[in-house]
Design a protein around this ligand. Structure first.
Ligand code: HEC
Ligand code: HEC
Length: 174
């Protein structure tokens, strides 16, 4: 009982602190959780979706986005990333099961909070959540040679491959 009350005390103290610390209604203004995502393993996904870029966390896009993206792998952002139908279906099942709107992660609810249910962006970097989180990064910075595009998470998030996106692991290259 005592323990429970103390727990509630901590939670509300954190809540008040967040309100003071953040002026914008940010979904992350809770002071909890951070951005170290739970480790996911899936053989085909790790093998097929991490050769050109990091295996983007499934929880950063809704199911409808993953369906669109997996349905157009032959024209994947200027690349042909086609797979055999069985592998494609297997990866899609995994992405859907862990998608932002699958209700399986805090990361997902953060993304969905700023997205209407009808949206199905093909890019994480186009979600309102992403844009808001990166509003301090200038256009010129995104296009630096060392970065190339916003999609190159690992250029700045040095532990992105392990699903670690916490702000204290960010270092923007020159
Ligand atoms: C042959 C290389 C290649 C493979 C294989 C590949 N991709 Fe990509 N992917 C790209 C390129 C190129 C981009 C665009 C990067 C940019 O804009 O800088 C991209 C972008 C993306 C984006 C959007 C990133 C953003 O938010 O801007 C997602 C999501 C994505 N890929 C998912 C996947 C998934 C899932 C797979 C596995 C089924 C996959 N990719 C396999 C080349 C590849
Ligand atoms: C140009 C460097 C750069 C690139 C590329 C980049 N980010 Fe970031 N990211 C940042 C900066 C700077 C912040 C803000 C850190 C802060 O609040 O101090 C940030 C914040 C974040 C946060 C929130 C961290 C926190 O603790 O609040 C997440 C999650 C994130 N980025 C994910 C991504 C993903 C996913 C990609 C690729 C699709 C990406 N970022 C690409 C620089 C970058």
């Amino acid at each position: 009982m005592n323990y429970l009350l103390r727990g509630i005390g901590v939670v509300s103290a954190v809540g008040v602190f967040s309100l003071l610390a953040f002026s914008l209604p940010s979904g992350d203004a809770r002071g909890d959780g951070g951005y170290t995502l739970p480790k996911l393993t899936h053989k085909n996904w790790q093998q097929e979706c991490a050769s050109c870029h990091i295996a983007y966390p499934p929880s950063m896009l809704p199911k409808a986005s993953w369906r669109r993206l997996m349905g157009g792998l032959d024209q994947h952002f200027g690349e042909n990333a086609s797979l055999d139908p069985a592998t494609q279906a297997d990866i899609l099942r995994f992405l859907e099961a862990n998608a932002a709107d699958s209700g399986t992660s805090r990361m997902g609810s953060r993304v969905m909070r700023s997205m209407s249910p009808s949206e199905a962006p093909l890019r994480i970097t186009e979600t309102r959540w992403f844009v808001r989180k990166h509003d301090e990064v200038s256009r010129a910075t995104w296009s630096r040679k060392s970065i190339g595009s916003a999609a190159n998470c690992a250029a700045c998030h040095r532990q992105a491959e392990r699903g670690v996106f916490d702000e204290d692991t960010v270092r923007i290259p020159k």
